[in-house]
Design a protein around this ligand. Structure first.
Ligand code: NI
Length: 246
């Protein structure tokens, strides 16, 4: 059930019975030679919509423009400052709460969104929940099984697989193995704490950050998508029921 495809009377009727809504957050940024610019937004939006269908929950329009300054040397990337993104999130949440939504489930698809999301929603913990689609154990079992360390950090085979299943497969020869990143590097750069745009493109010339995107297949993407939808739907249901959750 999409908010943007509903009438105001349908929203009013929904709010008579329920007060939960998904708010997907993604990015508009390069995702390597075979990843779509909208990968993060598409994954978050599709999984939120799929989870919403499983449990009859409404889904707000995806916030697609977000911070990705480190990718601005790659064509197609559009980056907001963390401050602007935070204000957009804050005012969107205000708007939803104004109408009576009391459980706003932010389903995230982009690492650099997490810090500004946590900052801006810190004092709304009881009404806002922040989760990324890769946070769930059943999803990670599949990621580890198929990709292991080649999941990497950016243009991951898992996110590419989901967009292949749902949108488009970019035809390309098998890509070379990317640089293998150390556990220390990944820990230090978690949440997309990368350097300047120039440094980032010089260090990772084709845009992949330790991720072997070519391992992705649409079949895996379908299984990842369905598994993520199920996990997210269960977590959403617990959140709106007010249960204690991790
Ligand atoms: Ni991504």
């Amino acid at each position: 059930m999409r908010l943007d495809l509903s009438t105001w009377q349908e929203v009013e009727h929904y709010l008579d019975e329920r007060d939960g809504i998904f708010l997907p957050t993604g990015s508009i940024e390069q995702h390597g030679p075979i990843g779509l610019i909208g990968t993060d937004s598409l994954c978050a939006q599709d999984i939120a919509t799929g989870a919403g269908e499983l449990i009859g929950a409404m889904v707000a329009p995806t916030i697609q423009y977000t911070p990705a300054p480190f990718n601005m040397s790659f064509p197609g990337t559009v980056s907001l400052s963390a401050e602007t993104f935070g204000r957009v999130v804050d005012e969107v949440v205000d708007g939803l709460m104004h109408h009576g939504f009391r459980h706003i489930y932010v389903l995230n698809g982009h690492g650099a969104n997490l810090e500004p999301l946590r900052n801006v929603l810190a004092d709304r913990a009881e009404c806002c929940r922040i989760k990324s689609w890769w946070d769930f154990a059943p999803v990670n079992v599949l990621r580890r099984k198929w990709y292991g360390d080649w999941e990497g950090m950016h243009a991951t085979p898992s996110e590419v697989a989901i967009t292949q299943a749902r949108h488009r497969v970019v035809l390309h020869e098998m890509l070379d193995l990317p640089e293998r990143l150390s556990a220390v590097y990944m820990a230090e750069h978690a949440g997309d704490r990368h350097g300047s745009a120039e440094e980032h493109r010089a260090r990772f010339p084709d845009g992949r950050v330790g991720s072997h995107s070519s391992l992705a297949t649409p079949e895996q993407g379908r299984e990842l998508y369905e598994t993520a939808c199920q996990s997210v739907a269960e977590d959403f249901a617990q959140f709106v029921a007010g249960q204690t959750i991790s």
